[in-house]
Design a protein around this ligand. Structure first.
Ligand code: HEC
Length: 510
């Protein structure tokens, strides 16, 4: 553990000191700096494990977080097959990995296989009919894919060739729309400039065979994620704002894409504010930018986004999407590094934290990239820093995937009572436990809310050691409380100990 922190510390030190050195030596401009930093931040971090995920990461009340697969180095984009296998693209390894669906219900994929390899920085994927579409950095191609068996047949057939991948934002995102067209998003070559290749920093649309290319939206600096709202079919895309305007400018954006619109870059940012470097350009005056539908905080780097199917979710997820905020590099203190949920209502779009805990006082343990909702209704999230896929599911859902959804009722009664139990002290300990229970508002989850996990009759399920284990390493979303060992014991006594018959017959402390 110590080594890990030293390693991370050194990495951060390097990241902070190199740009300072380059700036001091006057040998750089913003784009080399960015490329340098990007490639440095592309370095994978230490792997994660179930304990870190359970103890450090938080999801909203009622949701459960688990580590689905902790061994998918540099996992980027995600795509579910109709059979429930999960495809993961890994641009840095040039491959697409298939995680075999969890049929034995142990909360892990049954197998991990390489589906395609030797690719040129693949990112975007989609399935349409019997084709799997793959976007490498310089082309889009397709290959026959059998969703039932999770196997490919034949070789990749190019459908869009000759894409440029020079400069900064080389990755390509694709999706097939309800209109049976292939959509392609490409980022800019630079931080801020006029592009020579007019297809960069745009969203395009093609027929499924790659014919009839059409640029449908421009001025999108780097829209890595896009998706259609299921309730009205509107297309939304994330966009990374420019760098090097300080810690808090400009915002990153969510844009509602309408064909023909211009979204501002490089002349305008945020709510159509003129960019200090390019806002005076004569070309800027000829453009009418469309303002974002929502602003994220500066440098949070929204990447993948997905609208949710709310069938297995609480009512406030009826019109909602999840967005992965990969996190800042260009900020004095790191920001982002989480998954947020966006909630649409008549008042606009509200942003809320969904999965947090990757940034602990500047020490980074993960960077979310993409989200996909599985046929089981759970949400799967990729992390290219820890090389992991997380699974978030809502409560003890009673949907049809019973195996994967059943909450285990652990029964762990200790063979004997712990040696610290002292009959003479039980009443005092239970009273202190009662006080701690109220101080930390344990009742907020265990007695109140929609579906509280009741702690009544706990002694029929758990013994002292097991309760202390729960307090020392709580299951998400239960927080880790700053309890001393004796306070853990006091809480355990309060929850488990039944006082001998008292005069008024009331022997329930809860
Ligand atoms: C934010 C909500 C939340 C708070 C606050 C919270 N818990 Fe929990 N707790 C949970 C959840 C959720 C579970 C169990 C999830 C599951 O069963 O998988 C749990 C499980 C437990 C269990 C194990 C129960 C069992 O049946 O296995 C104990 C014991 C427990 N909590 C005690 C406490 C105590 C004591 C406090 C206050 C110091 C507390 N909890 C505060 C959410 C919370």
């Amino acid at each position: 553990m110590r080594k890990l922190f030293i390693g991370l510390g050194l990495l951060l030190l390097l990241i902070v000191s190199i740009p300072a050195f380059l700036l001091a030596s006057g040998t750089t401009d913003s784009s080399t700096l960015r490329v340098l930093l990007n490639s440095m931040m592309g370095i994978a971090g230490p792997a994660t494990n179930s304990d870190i995920v359970r103890q450090q990461y938080t999801v909203p009340e009622g949701f459960t977080l688990e580590l689905y697969d902790g061994n998918v180095p540099r996992a980027r984009f995600l795509l579910f097959t109709s059979a429930g296998d999960l495809l993961v693209s890994r641009p840095h390894s040039g491959d697409i990995v298939l995680l075999r669906r969890d049929t034995d219900g142990n909360g892990k994929p049954d197998d991990q296989l390489t589906l395609l390899e030797g690719l040129d920085r693949p990112l975007g994927m989609d399935i349409s009919g019997e084709w799997l579409y793959v976007a490498e950095s310089n082309r889009v191609s397709r290959i026959r894919f059998d969703s039932d068996t999770g196997t490919v047949d034949g070789s990749l057939q190019p459908v869009v060739e000759g894409l440029t991948d020079n400069g900064n934002h080389w990755s390509k995102t694709i999706r097939v729309g309800q209109d049976q067209r292939l959509y392609l998003a490409q980022g800019s070559t630079c931080n801020i400039c006029e592009e020579e290749d007019t297809r960069r920093a745009t969203l395009m649309r093609f027929q499924l065979d790659g014919s009839q290319p059409q640029i449908i939206a421009t001025g999108l600096r780097n829209s890595v994620g896009f998706d259609w709202a299921p309730w009205n079919g509107a297309l939304y895309a994330t966009e990374n704002g420019r760098d090097l305007l300080g810690d808090d400018l400009p915002p990153c954006e969510l844009n509602q894409i309408e064909a023909g619109n211009f979204y501002g870059w490089p002349y305008f940012y945020g709510d159509n504010i003129a960019d200090p470097d390019m806002g005076d350009d004569p070309l800027a005056a000829q453009r009418e930018p469309t303002a974002p539908a929502h602003n994220f905080r500066a440098h949070n780097a929204p990447l993948g986004m997905t609208f949710l199917d709310a069938k297995t979710l609480p009512p406030d997820y009826e019109r909602a999407a999840l967005v992965a905020l990969h996190g800042s590099w260009n900020r004095s203190s790191p920001d982002g590094y989480k998954v947020v949920s966006l909630h649409w209502s008549d008042d606009g779009i509200e942003e809320r934290d969904f999965l947090t805990g990757f940034n602990r006082e500047g020490t980074i343990s993960g960077r979310p990239v993409d989200i996909a909702q599985g046929p089981d209704g759970a949400m799967y999230i990729s992390d290219d820093y820890a090389g992991a896929i997380y699974r978030v599911r809502y409560g003890a859902s009673d949907n049809n995937n019973a195996v994967a959804f059943e909450l285990p009722t652990v029964k762990r009664l200790d063979a004997q009572e712990p040696e610290w139990l002292d009959a003479a002290n039980m009443v005092t300990m239970a009273a202190r436990g009662d006080e701690l229970y109220r101080r930390y508002q344990c009742q907020s989850c265990h007695e109140q809310g929609e579906n509280p996990r009741t702690l009544e009759n706990l002694s029929e399920r758990l013994g002292y050691a097991a309760v202390i284990d729960v307090l020392a390493a709580p299951p998400s979303p239960m927080p880790l409380f700053p309890l001393t060992e004796s306070e853990q014991r006091e809480l355990a006594v309060f929850l488990l100990w039944q006082p001998p018959e008292s005069s008024d017959g009331d022997n329930n402390f809860l």
